[in-house]
Design a protein around this ligand. Structure first.
Ligand SMILES: Nc1ncnc2c1ncn2[C@@H]1O[C@H](COP(=O)(O)OP(=O)(O)O)[C@@H](O)[C@H]1O
Ligand SMILES: [Mg+2]
Length: 331
């Protein structure tokens, strides 16, 4: 379907801002430069692109295919997502018939992209191994996955492997800033940083957070309150504040603070444990003290599953912290 302005404006931003060329793919290392060189030379080994989600694997291979084939993309490229079709029949039927038929442009190889191939069955992977070998003269394969360990070693050894690492913070920030400017959004450096932190190296997740925050905001201004409200995450400054109080204040004050915080933010006590754990890593504490509190958090989580009332859960969390901190005389 031809893209026009209105269909583009309805797209999720992850698609609207999907890189169209290899140059648009943001990168922190040389992997994409090497892939770009393959495109320039018109030579391509079988590829295995692996790494965590939202790092540009699918975008890279699609951009490469567009650069290689241009208008002939549809006749020369077969794109399959193995999450939909994981079994051996897809290899025997669809891939084999595509790979074995003659090429419309005889001097160029065809390309089979197998996205999310780590969810292919082992049988399908073994069958693919033979097909890769048989048609290697005029077909190249690009396997894309999150976990290369789930791809059989016989396939791995036939491919040139590129690992896509989580995207660095400054790289994410630049890309988000670019999208915010294109969408005429006003966002502070601080809130950009909040999205980058929540994105955890996954640019898809970060772009989705930016769009959700924009959709739930009445103005074109994005701030931390909107971001935390749309993602359901606790504001970590408040979590850091809670940790500080847990480590230093009186039992009564901790109880009051936690009660107010829960009324204000409406979270279940068990949901605060993971943010508290992150906060323990952010806070400067001696190694053995931090280890002791991490252990305490694990114990609290375990015990919470046997403790039914909200109040006793809270008392359990507070008393565990106070008890442990007394060992180190932190309070
Ligand atoms: N390296 C990148 N450069 C530019 N955009 C990216 C990159 N990685 C992810 N994105 C954004 O996230 C979306 C999903 O990326 P995708 O390539 O499908 O990730 P993956 O296949 O690694 O899970 C893209 O449409 C784009 O908006
Ligand atoms: Mg992908």
């Amino acid at each position: 379907m031809a893209e026009n302005a209105s269909t583009v404006s309805l797209l999720p931003w992850t698609e609207k801002y999907r890189p169209k060329t290899l140059n648009d793919v943001v990168r922190d290392d040389s992997a994409i430069d090497i892939i770009q060189k393959f495109a320039k030379d018109g030579e391509l080994p079988h590829l295995l692109l692996h790494g965590p989600p939202g790092t540009g694997k699918t975008s890279t291979i699609l951009a490469l295919a567009k650069e290689l084939y241009g208008d002939n993309f549809t006749s020369m490229v077969l794109t399959l997502n193995s999450s939909d079709a994981r079994g051996i029949h897809i290899v025997r039927d669809e891939i084999q018939s595509f790979a074995s038929t003659s090429r419309p442009f005889a001097n160029f190889f065809k390309l089979v992209i197998l996205d999310e191939c780590d969810s292919m069955t082992k049988d399908a992977q073994f069958a693919l191994r033979r097909i890769m070998e048989k048609y290697t003269y005029h077909t190249r394969f690009c396997l894309v996955c999150n976990y290369s360990s789930k791809v059989i070693s016989a396939l791995q050894s036939r491919c040139t492997k590129f690992r896509f690492a989580p995207i660095r913070r400054d790289t994410m920030r630049r890309k988000l800033q670019l999208i915010a400017s294109s969408e005429c959004l006003s966002i502070t450096e601080e809130s950009l940083e909040t999205i980058v932190r929540l994105g955890e190296g996954d640019l898809r997740k970060a772009v989705n957070i930016l769009q959700s925050a924009h959709l739930s905001s009445d103005t074109r201004t994005i701030n931390d309150d909107v971001i935390f409200a749309t993602t359901g995450n606790m504001d970590w400054r408040k979590v850091d504040g809670l940790l500080h109080i847990l480590l230093s204040d009186s039992l009564k004050n901790i109880f009051n603070y936690l009660t107010n915080l829960r009324a204000e933010q409406n979270f279940a006590l068990v949901d605060i444990l993971a943010p508290l754990c992150d906060s323990l890593f952010r806070t400067h504490l001696p190694h053995d003290v931090r280890t002791c509190f991490l252990r305490a958090l694990a114990d609290v989580e375990y015990s919470l599953s046997f403790t039914s009332t909200e109040k006793s859960q809270m008392l359990l969390l507070i008393s565990t912290f106070v008890q442990k901190r007394n060992i180190f005389t932190l309070g």
